[in-house]
Design a protein around this ligand. Structure first.
Ligand code: M6R
Length: 624
């Protein structure tokens, strides 16, 4: 939540050549998916003038504002795009917040928990506040410490010691025109290294147009960047080394590439995302190798329980993993929402393998659960899409998905690649523990390798039908989704997509649960979308879902079915059928999910809603 960018450069700006402002606004454009209820920038000129602009609403409002009210030409600055926590999305509450008579500017991501107490102290000093935010308190506290120490880095170090909560802070001061100082405590921040310029960002997308050399910063550390230097200190003021890494994302992958929306592009990226997540996982002997996991094989052999922790869509990927891992490895596997796991005293120990699934690697609920699991002695493997993010960094091992940057708030390609990574983990454990022979594993891997072409076929053949159907049904007010077995998390994912994009009531149910209550919701014309399992291999599952379709149809439901090609028997019970290519039951979520993503996106588009930036949401949820 909240996108943060900082920039310093030694390039002397020509008159009207806005080095810093251009970089900041470009970075904010890349980060807008992290929060988009207001945005702002502050720049400092070489002769020590600080100028700031901020506006409620989307980034475009800020762009209009800087055009109408130009800022002084500068080489140093900070920029922010906000997802509101303290105080509504207004001009006043937008960042940056100024202190020290407008000489200091601060931007912030996260929550300062002791802000009320600090506010009292500052008010007693005579400070007058202009906003309702906790950030403004941090700005004034930093200004106070700056007056006392005369040094922005030291002032930031002292301030961080006085703040409680989880936050990233960036500050510039008119007295230090070539410096940006930042602090990180349980909130994301990475450094971008340039030649004669350096960057800070909530994630690498902030500076990917300029450099792919990045440095990770640890918790409770303070970083100071100038055009030619980067220095990091810990809470005691001791110098520490950051961990450099190279970003393998291509800036072009963070562009819409001719699609109407990032979501549309990311749906179309899915064949590649799945293929890339499978890439390079085999040793010379043809055996599955997950060396990046970095966990001792003997430990993995002795695991007696797996707990998958995640939130939202990532948790649905975890639910698919449960079916696959239990079936292939015979290891009891639980899936739990990270925020519930963290606060219920779960039974985990040295023999528990915890799998934390997160696209961003920054979801605070998941991060807290990771820490809790490790404190209890469990080993944690992260399944993550973002290099240099916190969750992999704090886990024992990591399995990266290679979906590339996911910009649209609604997760699509990240979900499919998380599911693939979970399958790989399950197959690897089965190989290691001898639950499956290598030729059995090879058969499943061959089928996995065939999935990208099958997704492509859905995009080419089924997608246009789904689009037409979504447009024709744009006024639907409630949709129920049903599935069994791995179709159940797919149903919940379909409902989540529709809720977050089209703002209509949608629920996903286990089809077998229907008669235990939810069937009371079925009324004449109620739309019910049913994910039908393959009839091959799990015939009883298929037959049971057909019965469930008949149950709702008999009560007046408008039944829409996602079924495997060749399952023509479903047509009798459905007003609309969308066919997907055949695959095995366990891998079916990789195909059945795609029409549901398209349905939600196109229905929301038909309602003229912003599918990339739905209301009230942010891509990366960095507060608990
Ligand atoms: O970055 P993460 O995978 O940890 O994010 C978890 C959820 O916040 C995320 O999947 C969310 O539910 C998406 N908006 C769903 O489309």
């Amino acid at each position: 939540m909240c996108g943060i960018v900082g920039y310093v450069s030694s390039v002397a700006p020509r008159e009207a050549d806005h080095v810093a402002l251009d970089v900041l606004l470009q970075g904010l454009g890349r980060l807008e998916y992290r929060g988009y209820d207001s945005a702002g920038v502050a720049v400092v000129t070489p002769d020590g003038q600080l100028g700031a602009r901020k506006r409620a609403g989307k980034l475009q409002n800020l762009l209009d504002e800087v055009e109408a009210q130009p800022l002084p030409v500068a080489q140093t600055g900070i920029g922010h795009t906000r997802w509101a926590t303290h105080g509504g999305p207004t001009d006043q509450n937008a960042h940056p917040h100024l202190a020290d008579d407008g000489k200091l500017a601060v931007i912030h991501n996260g929550i300062i928990e002791n802000f009320a107490q600090l506010r009292q102290g500052l008010a007693a000093d005579g400070v007058e506040f202009e906003s309702e935010t906790d950030t403004e308190i941090a700005a004034h506290q930093l200004a106070k410490n700056h007056r006392a120490t005369g040094d922005l880095t030291e002032a930031m170090r002292v301030t961080v010691g006085q703040l409680e909560g989880a936050f990233t802070l960036l500050a510039v001061h008119a007295d230090a025109p070539d410096t940006v100082v930042a602090a990180r405590l349980n909130s994301p921040l990475v450094i971008g290294l340039g030649e004669g310029e350096n960057f800070l960002g909530s994630d690498v997308a902030a500076f990917i147009d300029h450099t792919r050399r990045a440095v990770e910063i640890g918790q409770n550390q303070i970083v100071t960047i100038t055009p030619d230097s980067v220095s990091i200190i810990d809470a005691d003021g001791h110098a520490v080394e950051g961990e450099p890494f190279d970003v393998d994302w291509d800036p072009a992958t963070a562009e819409k590439g001719g699609f109407e929306s990032f979501m549309d592009k990311e749906i179309h990226d899915q064949p590649q995302a799945v293929a890339d997540t499978l890439l390079g996982r085999f040793g010379l002997d043809g055996r599955l190798q997950l060396s990046e996991m970095n966990i001792d094989e003997s430990l993995l052999k002795s695991v007696d329980k797996i707990v998958v922790i995640a939130c939202g869509t990532a948790a649905y990927a975890g639910q698919v993993a449960k079916y696959a891992i239990e079936h292939w490895c015979r290891i009891p596997t639980e899936v739990e929402l990270a925020h519930e796991f963290r606060y219920r005293d779960p039974v985990v120990n040295e023999k528990t393998l915890v799998v934390a699934v997160s696209q961003s690697g920054e979801t605070m609920d998941t991060l807290m659960a990771v820490r809790h699991a490790r404190q209890q002695g469990a080993k944690v493997i992260a399944i993550c899409n973002t290099f240099g993010s916190t969750i992999p960094r704090e886990s024992d091992g990591v399995l990266y998905t290679h979906a590339g940057p996911e910009i649209a708030v609604a997760s699509t390609k990240a979900f499919l690649s998380q599911v693939v990574a979970c399958y790989l983990l399950g197959l690897y454990l089965a190989q290691l523990r001898g639950n499956k022979y290598s030729d059995e594993i090879r058969v499943i891997l061959d089928e996995l390798e065939a999935i990208p072409a099958k997704i492509q076929r859905i995009l080419d053949e089924t997608k246009p039908q789904v689009t037409q159907f979504a447009q024709a049904n744009k006024d639907v007010s409630s949709v129920l989704f049903l599935g069994r077995h791995v179709g159940y998390p797919v149903a919940m994912e379909g409902a989540l997509k529709l809720k977050e994009l089209a703002y209509i009531h949608a629920e996903g149910f286990a089809a077998g649960e229907l008669k235990h209550g939810p069937i009371a919701l079925i009324d004449e014309g109620q739309m019910v979308i049913i994910v039908v399992p393959s009839k091959k291999g799990r015939d009883s599952l298929h037959a049971k879902v057909l019965s469930n379709i008949q149950e709702v149809r008999a009560r007046g439901a408008n039944t829409v079915v996602i079924a495997e090609e060749g399952s023509t028997e479903v047509e009798e019970f459905a007003s609309q059928v969308f066919y997907v290519p055949e695959t095995t039951t366990l891998l079916a979520p990789l195909l059945a999910t795609v029409p549901l993503q398209v349905f939600a996106m196109d229905l929301a588009t038909a309602k003229n809603l912003d599918v990339d930036q739905p209301r009230n949401l942010a891509k990366s949820v960095t507060v608990e």
